[in-house]
Design a protein around this ligand. Structure first.
Ligand SMILES: NC(=O)c1ccc[n+]([C@@H]2O[C@H](COP(=O)([O-])OP(=O)(O)OC[C@H]3O[C@@H](n4cnc5c(N)ncnc54)[C@H](O)[C@@H]3O)[C@@H](O)[C@H]2O)c1
Length: 351
């Protein structure tokens, strides 16, 4: 299969590129390398993958890479609310306009399947257990861009390409393009580096999934042509933030939980997610536990494969701020971007 990974040099995409190449797929990665030093992905990607540098908001570039593809996978964007809040207009361009532009290109090239990387963040805050039929309750701009894209992508795909939306739990574990800024990786790396595990609040529930399991699910949905919305994770891996901290403390000798404010004002997400649908159709693809992921991150630091976890390259929030300073990424306000910005504003208000 000819698969195009948009944003494919990132944390999940780089891991996916290796897996898909090993399964015999022809992989093309398009990425602007926002968080990388230099302009080449180097060892992030397998040598058999074709790398195309560029901006995912560029319709001509997208039309070119979609030509002849069987599937397009959209992984690009700014991940998480804090990073999106750095420049909300840019967030709408990258998280909503870019996937819509790619969908138009995919439809124009008669691509069969379009896989959109969404997030369980769309559920926001819910008392009970949420599943794919639960009405989304997005709490901020990141989640709102994901909800709107899921809703509008079918129009842009014009019934040419089938849409698969993967709503990922919070991802952890090692990847060629490592991130240490999401909750598990951050707590594990800080525990090793400083002996302390910062914990704000703790009662909030958060589903987790290992990056290797995400990649297995992606390969399977491509293989079986599965469409529609899928929560990606496993029922067993619904944890509270406090449980994550306690697990890290138990694995890293001598580390201690350092309690901050009882409520995490920056992140009110709190939900328990059902992964029954995925388990029914693709059983056993997400077996990796929180403990496994923590141990793998700890090993990366102990063996000094990661020497300094505080480096900007491991943190998307600081990495994006550095990319602004370097002039690597900015809001471009092209006619397409303005059109999608107007749609976002009509749906959710001014970003
Ligand atoms: N990591 C998680 O915990 C998580 C959880 C839920 C959903 N997701 C979703 O999965 C996807 C991938 O996440 P990730 O953790 O791999 O993020 P990442 O930041 O590591 O990767 C995103 C990649 O996209 C590229 N990119 C972004 N906008 C671009 C543009 N306009 N032009 C060219 N390149 C561009 C970046 O350079 C980067 O390499 C995202 O859509 C994210 O919202 C991730």
């Amino acid at each position: 299969m000819r698969v195009v990974l948009l944003g494919g040099a990132g944390y999940i995409g780089s891991a996916a590129s290796h897996r898909l190449v090993s399964l015999g797929h022809h992989v093309t990665v398009v990425d602007g390398l926002i968080y990388n030093r230099g302009d080449h992905p180097g060892r992030l990607l397998p040598s058999a993958a074709t790398f195309v540098p560029g901006d995912l908001r560029d319709p001509e570039l997208l039309a070119g890479v979609c030509d002849g593809a069987d599937a397009v996978v959209h992984l690009g964007g700014i991940v998480g609310e804090p990073a999106c809040r750095l420049d909300e207009e840019l967030a709408v361009e990258l998280n909503y306009a870019a996937p819509m532009i790619a969908a138009e290109a995919a439809a124009g090239a008669s691509v069969g399947q379009y896989v959109f990387f969404s997030s369980c963040s769309v559920y926001g805050q819910h008392e009970g257990t949420v599943d794919e039929y639960t009405e989304p309750n997005p709490l901020g701009i990141y989640a709102r861009t994901k909800v709107l894209a899921e809703r509008r992508l079918p129009d842009a795909l014009a019934e040419v390409a089938a849409l698969t939306s993967l709503r990922l739990a919070t991802v952890h574990g090692p990847s060629p393009r490592q991130r240490l800024d999401s909750v598990v990786n951050s707590m594990a790396s800080r525990a090793v580096a400083t002996g302390r595990i910062p914990l704000n609040g703790g009662a909030q529930r958060r589903p987790l999934v290992h990056v290797g399991d995400v990649v297995r699910v992606l390969a399977a949905v491509l293989d079986k042509d599965l469409t529609g919305a899928w929560n990606v994770g496993s029922d067993q891996e619904n944890h509270t933030i406090a449980e994550i901290a306690e697990t890290v403390a138990a694995i890293v000798p001598g580390s201690k939980i350092q309690r901050g404010p009882e409520r995490d004002e920056a992140d009110a997400r709190d939900y328990r997610v059902s992964f029954t649908r995925l388990q029914q159709y693709l059983p056993g693809l997400c077996p990796t536990t929180l403990e496994d992921g923590v141990q793998e991150i700890v090993d990366l630091l102990v063996t000094r494969q990661i020497a300094d976890p505080e480096e900007t390259q491991y943190d998307n929030h600081r990495g994006l701020a550095a990319a602004f300073t370097a002039g690597k990424v900015r809001s471009v306000r092209t006619p397409e971007c303005r059109r999608y910005l107007a749609e976002y504003t009509a749906a959710w208000g001014q970003p």
